[in-house]
Design a protein around this ligand. Sequence first.
Ligand code: ADP
Ligand code: MG
Length: 714
Amino acid sequence: MTAAPGLTLTTPLAEVPGIQPKQASLLATLGLTNLGRLIAHLPHRHERHEAESPIKDLVPNQIVSARGEVTASRWVPRGRRPRLEAVLLDGTGRLDLVWFNMPYMRERIRPGVRIRVQGQGKRMLGGLRMVNPHTEILHEDRGDPGMREERLRPVYPASERVPSSLIERAIASALPHALPLIEDHLPDAFRAARNFPALSDAYRMQHRPGTEDEVAASRRRLAYDELLLLQLGVHLKRAHLRSFLKAPALRWSEKIDEHIRARLPFTLTPAQAEVVREIVADLSKATPTNRLIQGDVGAGKTVVAAYAMLLAVADRQQAALMAPTEILAEQHFASLSDMLKGSGVRHAILTGATPKAEREATLAGVASGTIDLLIGTHALLTESVKFDSLAVAVIDEQHRFGVHQRATLRTKGGEETITPHVLVMTATPIPRTLAITLFGDLDISTIRGLPPGRRPVKTRVVAPDKRGEVYSWLRQRLDQGDQAFIVAPAIDSPESFEGEEITGGDQPGAPGPLANVHALKKELEADPLKDKHLAVLHGRLKPQTRDTIMARFRAGQIDALIATSVIEVGIDIPNATTMVVENADRFGLAQLHQLRGRVGRGVKPSACILVAEPQTPEATQRMRVMAEVGDGFALAEKDMEIRGPGELFGTRQSGLPPFKVADLARDLELLAMARRDAAEWIAGSPTLHKPEETLIRRRLMKTYGESLGLVDVG
Ligand code: ADP
Ligand code: MG
């Protein structure tokens, strides 16, 4: 097999022998523009086509073919779908045939005609029936075609205009040209030791498999490749960080420790103290820290971050804290301000809403080192933010940021080879398997359990017709001085949905009217919560307005905050003890758990009430799981079961390109292997610059160079 001269994998499809211009332009609509891309378009399954056989041997529910003589036919024009019915006999048995919506078949399928059909036979009243079979008329004078052989037919991801069969034909023409051009990036010995087929064989086996074993073996090879590439990227990055970049080694002493702890508003729990110990050990080394601090909602991550930042300040360096929302940044700023009252620590806040003059003053202070602590949103990532000596960067609610945003913050250290220690915090616990895949370059600390005195939040799912009872019960709680959050998905009309759209198999069912915060406030102040202080909060309010509202809520001047999911992450108001979520079925599990985490932060008993009338089985299941499972780690596992790992920690959210073949739910063993192999590989070749590594390096850079920020690795 040799490629046509001059052909490469980047040759446009229209120039590939055997591909018609019309085909090429249709394939282009699927992004299949050149030879390499076409060949990389893999079947998502294979259909087994049995060999042609006598009718009596046809196996039901499989794709089979048979030939024989039509002995009767009948056109049935009645009903919604007119149909042609026929009986096929071959001397061994009878096959009933039906063609729906194909009136032109009437002329062809008449008694006496010999045909060959292919399709799926279904058992019907003792006999076998085939609906809409692929049909060929056999003409005596042209000689019968040979018997069909057993075959596995690839089924490709397709579109309405570009069916799988068209892709199949194009690939059949292109494959012989492409295979000799495919170079393997895995060394032969490495591959052989793991029993993988060569890369070009793997592609052949996917597109034209001889057996099911070939399909499985080639899938395994291609899935491994994806996992290995990501793991190599992650380890390469880590090796680079460790050998070329230095972080400031922070001074720690018992005296400093004492000073910092005195500033914290409470005694650390043993779990927090343990994580602080892990962090101190990291920060006192010149190796840049890259640590994920995970702990359920309310576990007390903020104070751990505060400790780390104060350690930087104690060593006369700077620290930064980045939060995903302005409201959360403002809250962190307020609580740090409290902690730092009377100290000499200078701190500032920077968000998209910071007025120009203030912003310029802050930027200047950060650049000259007169500001020790900077708190903010994504705004911290903009070009103009330059630190004098950033030693610790904390990213709160990491799952809201992409991987490359973490990488950007790394570049803000001041000098080029100096990088800050980076701590990322997440309340959406990541199942371990996923953590190592997506964040394999992170060390992980876990704050287990919750601070002392907490009572579990009672969760109840309530149908909308019981809302009256919910709100009169809420009124009693407010009468006792408690506060509440009431969350509605929309601001003022159903189109203003402010949640994170649920993706995957469980798109919310019938849209129905969505509760919106303005209408809800009107409704509640008219009756059930009459005379109570209510306020609305949503993403479209001016930051100053939001600030004021949050401050008044915190101070107890507002009884219930009627909000969109802008309050989802981080907000900490211990006196708020009830969370009511309207249209709760419109929110995903992780999001509902975050919302529930806004209450149960003090010592009073708290409740979370989900008002929902779920329309889909998935939504029903989500509501049930919320009511039954309180622990965020257990919940994340459930979420993974319902939605699949890809969606939960969607590579979409992480900023990484998605896997095409690998499936984290079923390829755990391959993942473990890829991880071990990558660690060993990079240990032996920390920059991947050996001549025989050119190809794998190029593929790695192409896939992950940008998303993993490998550019600086060179
Ligand atoms: P999260 O992990 O969700 O970010 P926070 O850091 O907001 O949690 O902490 C949740 C609540 O628990 C806050 O009200 C905080 O003041 C309180 N808290 C945290 N640590 C302790 C502790 N060691 N003792 C008492 N309360 C604590
Ligand atoms: Mg938090």
